[in-house]
Each structure stands twice: as C-alpha cells, then as structure tokens.
Design a protein. Structure first.
Length: 140
C-alpha cells in the first residue's frame, strides 16, 4: 500500500475537499509544487490556478483563486479565498469575465483600477485553463 497524506481544501465559504492522497500539486507564486508524504514543512502563497489531488485511482482537479498552502509531513492544507471543483466552474461566466477585463484594459480609461482588472483577468484565465486541463484528462 502506498503512503498517503491527508488533504484539506477550504475556501472562505466552506470545505471543498477532505480526504487522503498519494500526491498533491499546487500553483505557487514561485511555480508549481508537487507534494508527497513526508514532505518538509512549508508555508507558501498560491496564485490562481489548478490544485490537483492524486488519490491513486483518480486525479481530482480544483480551481483556487490564490491563497495559502500549508504542508506538514502527512497533512496538506489549502486555504483559498475561492475554491471550486473544476467540474463546477462556469465556463460561460469565466469567458465573459475575461472579455470584460480585456476590454477594460484595452480602453485605458483613467477611472479604472488596473490592478483589479489585471487580477480579474488572471483569475478568469486560470479558470479557463483548469477547464481545458479537465477536458484533456477526460479524453485520455
């Protein structure tokens, strides 16, 4: 039997996932990290993207808008402002948000908040990439 670790993925609203895994992948601001049982303790900032949980028989995908990752030798905790199962992402809403943010940045009006628009664009793109990866996994 393979060694496992416990994984908790929680958002500001609710717990999204709690269970065991053989490996976890998370998008850090410094790059993607893979976590196996007995990983060295770590606390790191995450960027918007996909968290993958490999349970052995399957790989589960989750979208996170960023947040914090805490790793202990046998426990991984993902604390995100927003977290969704990849299959629950609304693709139409993500496309609309991406287009709106791109349009606001293109028009360059003085009254827009560029940092907010860039953050919304990055979040929408991350959601769309997560959907695309989920579709690719389904076709394998």
């Amino acid at each position: 039997m393979a060694m496992t670790l416990h994984v908790d993925i929680v958002s500001a609203e609710k717990e999204i996932y709690s269970g065991t895994a053989e490996m976890v992948f998370a998008p850090l601001v410094t790059g993607e990290v893979g976590i196996l049982p007995r990983h060295a303790p770590l606390i790191a900032r995450m960027k918007a993207g996909e968290v993958r949980v490999r349970t052995g028989s399957e790989e589960l995908s989750f979208y996170v808008s960023g947040g914090m990752l805490e790793v202990q030798p046998h426990v991984v905790t993902v604390l995100a402002d927003t977290a969704l199962r990849a299959k629950d992402i609304d693709e139409a809403a993500a496309l609309k948000a991406k287009e709106r943010a791109e349009e606001a940045l293109k028009n360059r009006k003085a009254d827009i908040d560029y940092a907010r628009e860039l953050a919304e664009l990055a979040e929408a793109v991350a959601q769309l990439r997560t959907i695309q990866k989920l579709r690719q996994q389904a076709h394998k």
